[in-house]
Design a protein around this ligand. Structure first.
Ligand code: IPE
Ligand code: IPE
Ligand code: MG
Length: 259
């Protein structure tokens, strides 16, 4: 049987990013947090370009989590307004650059205006294929798994028909390969409920770089780390292979001590 492990050589097909650190970026400059989010949008547009230039087909970014509603009302409403302003400012450019925008998240509980702006961006760019940019908005990894189960049940799947492949078809990002590289900026070393199902075998990369400072050079650092990894997917891998010998565990007699 062919080995499923592989030395990483080709670019990742799918990169996922937790764009964290906007608030701290602003605080360092004695600016309100909203200015950090605004700078974060500008960084994202540049990183989208850098990702497409490197031949990566899928980029998924965490823009607003299902837990971010806990923030002060002023910050939440500022983020909603920023989304609409950002789309009106950058949608035409992204469309011209061949970017297809898709949304992952629970849009039932966002305002009509925000939902329409997001759905409009999807419609406007649906014929593009150079890069699929998925914006995770009001997204949570647990929500994604639960909605997939609900939709599978609604489709009439019996318990014995439900396996990993069947459930994957109901996950929000069923159109994309699983992320190969999961990047988090801002210095926190946690997943914060992002792509829990899809990142089962993603290579994780954490950087202290605050999101508004992230750019093509930072992306290349993450990619260099990715290329240096050996992805084994549970197999034994290639290092240490060669003599074909499998070490035999000595037949050790159980000790009577402690029994
Ligand atoms: C990430 O930056 C953006 C969103 C969660 C919307 P933060 O706003 O979390 O920035 P920090 O972590 O407070 O610096
Ligand atoms: C994760 O960042 C969510 C987004 C980047 C949209 P948070 O700043 O919300 O995560 P925690 O609270 O530090 O885990
Ligand atoms: Mg944060």
């Amino acid at each position: 049987m062919a080995s499923s492990s592989q030395a990483v050589q080709s670019p990742p097909r799918h990169v996922a990013i937790v764009m964290d650190g906007n608030g701290r970026w602003a605080r360092k400059r004695f600016m309100p947090r909203g200015m950090g989010h605004k700078a974060g949008v500008d960084a994202l547009v540049k990183v989208v370009q850098a990702t497409a230039d490197r031949g990566i087909g899928y980029l998924t970014v965490f823009a607003f989590s299902s837990e971010n509603w806990k923030r002060p009302e002023e910050e939440v409403s500022g983020l909603m307004s920023l989304l609409i302003v950002a789309l009106s400012k950058y949608l035409a450019k992204l469309k011209d650059d061949g970017v297809r925008i898709r949304i992952a998240g629970d849009l039932d509980s966002v305002s009509d205006k925000v939902r329409e702006a997001l759905r409009g961006a999807e419609r406007e760019t649906q014929d593009n294929s150079r890069l699929v940019l998925t914006v995770a908005f009001n997204y949570g990894g647990r929500w994604d798994i639960v909605q997939a189960c609900q939709r599978a049940m609604a489709a009439g799947l019996r318990p014995d028909q439900l396996d990993e492949q069947a459930l994957a078809k109901f996950m929000t990002m069923n159109y994309a390969p699983d992320p190969d590289l999961f990047i988090r900026t801002g210095g926190e070393v946690r997943l914060s409920n992002f792509l829990l199902w899809q990142s089962a075998y993603a290579e994780l990369f954490f950087t202290d770089c605050l999101w508004p400072d992230f750019d093509g050079a930072e992306l290349d650092r993450a990619l260099a780390s990715f290329y240096a990894r050996e992805r084994r997917f549970g197999d034994v891998g290639t290092s240490g292979e060669g003599d074909g010998a499998i070490g035999v565990i000595e037949d050790v007699q159980p000790s009577s001590q402690g029994n």
